[in-house]
Design a protein around this ligand. Structure first.
Ligand SMILES: [Zn+2]
Length: 218
């Protein structure tokens, strides 16, 4: 099955890149610059693709960033909140309808490249706060993507029933170099260690019993 992967350069999608590359099924990895402060994740994406010999395409949608309003991931006026994923402090990290945008572009590439599927690293730990990460949303998008081309492209979510710690365990088995993945929404010199996504990254390594190579600020 020839697959287009939505690839951010984060931990989950890097494990999925290795997983798909190990079966030789990834035709192209697609990363999107949507004006995220942590655009340095794209450098990690490029490096992992280079090492695995996977064709990598970066779609530049950075001019969209001011369309997302008061989103902490894109607006210079809004700080990325620290702490765990409690709705009251993390709602600022919602990028409006991000997954529909990403899936739409990846589906276009799958049609253009005559691929059979689009894959992304949605997982069991995704938060209800992100409406476009829910199974209901993904099912609806899967239906729309199937209808977008006569080839009936499939939407694959192989990690949908896995916790982040299980993804770390799988990555360790696949030989993923986790130091070449980026999670922190602040996009500083190093991972801050305090924002929601840094907290989850840390906890996932601990729960998996896998050494965490990340250099955190704190
Ligand atoms: Zn952080």
């Amino acid at each position: 099955m020839k697959t287009v992967l939505i690839y951010s350069g984060g931990l989950d999608s890097t494990v999925l890149l290795h997983h798909l590359a190990s079966t030789g099924s990834v035709a192209e990895a697609v990363s999107v610059n949507y004006g995220q402060k942590h655009f340095k994740e794209l450098e990690f994406a490029a490096e992992n693709c280079r090492r695995l010999g996977v064709p990598h395409r970066v779609i530049d949608l950075s001019s969209l960033s001011d369309m997302f309003g008061d989103c902490a991931l894109t607006s210079p006026k809004v700080e990325v909140p620290d702490g765990s994923y409690a709705p009251e402090n993390m709602s600022a990290t919602v990028v409006p309808n991000r997954n529909m945008i990403l899936l739409s572009f990846a589906a276009a590439r799958a049609i253009a490249k005559k691929c059979d599927a689009v894959a992304y690293a949605a997982h069991g730990g995704d938060h209800a706060l992100y409406a476009d990460c829910t199974p209901e949303f993904a099912d609806a998008m899967a239906g729309a993507i199937r209808l977008a081309d006569a080839r009936k492209i499939e939407l694959l979510r192989p990690f949908i029933n896995m916790a982040k710690a299980q993804i770390v365990s799988l990555g360790a088995k696949l030989g993923v170099d986790f130091s070449l993945t980026w999670s922190c929404y602040k996009g500083g010199e190093r991972h801050c260690g305090k924002c929601g996504t840094c907290s989850e990254r840390r906890q996932a390594f601990i729960a998996a019993g896998v050494p965490d190579p990340t250099a955190y600020e704190d």
